[in-house]
Design a protein around this ligand. Sequence first.
Ligand SMILES: CSCC[C@H](NC=O)C(=O)N[C@@H](C)C(=O)N[C@@H](CO)C(=O)O
Length: 645
Amino acid sequence: MRPITTQTLFSLQFSGDPQFSPDGQSIVYVKTTINQEENKYQSQICKYDRKTGRDIPFTQGLAQDKLPKFSQDGSYLAFVSTRSGTPQLFVMLTDGGEPKQLTFFKKGVKSYSWMPNNQLVVAARKDDANEKSDVRVVNTLRYRGNGYGFYGDEPIHLWLVQVDGSGPQQITDGNFDETDPTVSPDGKKIAFVSWREENQVEVTPSLYTVDLDTGLIDLTYQGKGSVSHPVYSPNGKWIAFFGHEHGEDSGYNTELWVVSTGSGEARSLSRSLDRPVGNQVGTDARYETAEVSPIWDMDSQKIYFTATHEGDVYVYSVTLDEKIQKETPGDTQVVTSFSYHSGVIAYAKETPASPAELYLQQNKEIQQITYHNTPLFKSLTVSVPERTKFQARDGLEINGWLLKPPGFSSDQRYPLVLEIHGGPHSSYGNTFLHEFQVLANSGYIVLYTNPRGSHGYGEAFVRGSIGDWGGKDYEDLIDAVDAVARLPYVDRNNLFVTGGSYGGYMTNWMVAHTHIFKAAVTQRSICNLHSMIGTSDIGFWFNVKELDGADIWEDEEFILSRSPIRYANRVQTPVKIIHSEEDFRCPMEQAEQWFTALKRLGVETELVRFPNENHDLSRNGQPEHRVERLDHIVGWFNQYLGNKE
Ligand SMILES: CSCC[C@H](NC=O)C(=O)N[C@@H](C)C(=O)N[C@@H](CO)C(=O)O
């Protein structure tokens, strides 16, 4: 058996986005691998035949092929591929043959949907005719996005394209973005999400419908918060979508909604679940290739969707009269994507011991159908985490996990690393976490928890950090460390801490408020909430919402009082700062400020700058950079590990 190391990353495989063929006999899905020589990811569409059990590659997989969708008669398969540079729409016959490129948009395709008559509707940004100079003239607050870059002047619109390659024909216009098209069963209307608000600070999308005969656009549902992933019911009477009514605020549950295409009546079907739809469980061992929309049963009475529950993600179903049922059994799973066909669910499932593999479920029987990671994992010392619960000082129950080194013995004492997630509304859960396995395989116990503010424990819990960054959630984390440090096998003289983004904020906050840690690694972190308002791609609304409305002009003192930079002169813990130079979410200036402050104050510190990487370095950065990042984390802790009890 071999330990899991930083280099193990190159051998991981990620499967997801299963899609049933219309006859239900085969399933296509996306498999992503890492080409170490070329330092890049390769995503390939594979096809699993349910009769023969044969699993074959369907596309080349030299670039990134993703979002496969069968045409309604099953004769074509469309997908988005970067094989010509940017993500463009391709189509091929399901019998095989060469894929044909259907779109040539300069900035690529965002989303698409099949029409009944073998046409497709595509959401794509119009080519910018005014792009004469490389100078950027900015007139809006939303002009760049982490991982995307600068948006340019032209908005995203809907276009019709034909499988024979003719088109694209533009079907919506105006100075606003339009995405997520869904086509009515008769092919006459397209519903889509659009941001048609004048106010640039808080823009909430709504649902619109365009009539393809007349070109007229109707408002179908007036959004009051988030609206995404609309899908027509097979009888055309409803559109299901994901949304909430709380403006631009990620600290609320996004729910499954329906709107009647006749009366316009809209309601949430999943409110009683008190859980957010979709997957809110983070990991560094996933390569996102799917868009998981609600899926209607053929009778138009039931909808399938995923939701996050206490560190797990399950498939649920809900009827139009709001009867909710958990569909995937078991309690240790993170379902990242799924498809449904006549009583059968195909889903991609991560567990603490493996990146996602595909499963089929029929009549409560579960069959694993892919084993891409199995040979590798049979030869590795994988540690399986134990679920734990802690009581915070005010009595609130906090969930967590302890990942022990392989070969753990309770007669020994082990150093401990506290890992802190970001968001702050993201969560940890029952998924495979490469970084944590590397630490456990290096001899550390890893403690990870979901303090208040995390998703998956109800809306009251997720709102527990609003207006209180560094407050009660900090206490939850300290209370968890206190409880674990009392265990006989934990070496309380060797406690370490790390986290990214909000987790990096909390790491900075911790070293400025306690001296219990031997060393810290702060990643893509925040130290100055005041400057972040103006420098982050989302700072002007996100920071204000997260601090419960606090803004620069009225509440400067409060904002600075919650900024780690104010307390930098209390830090004694050696801190390594890891940051990506193209991070638009928590910009590089945050790391620069923290480094300058600590250095001036004589704290042991080191700044590690990753060029050509953004906020998502740990999840989809260049593979070699990801390994180097992990080496920096383990190396820093090892450097300060000493004086074992
Ligand atoms: C656009 S939704 C709200 C912000 C977003 N929340 C998602 O988690 C976000 O980017 N927050 C960052 C400050 C953050 O902490 N991100 C975490 C979780 O994704 C990270 O690990 O990068």
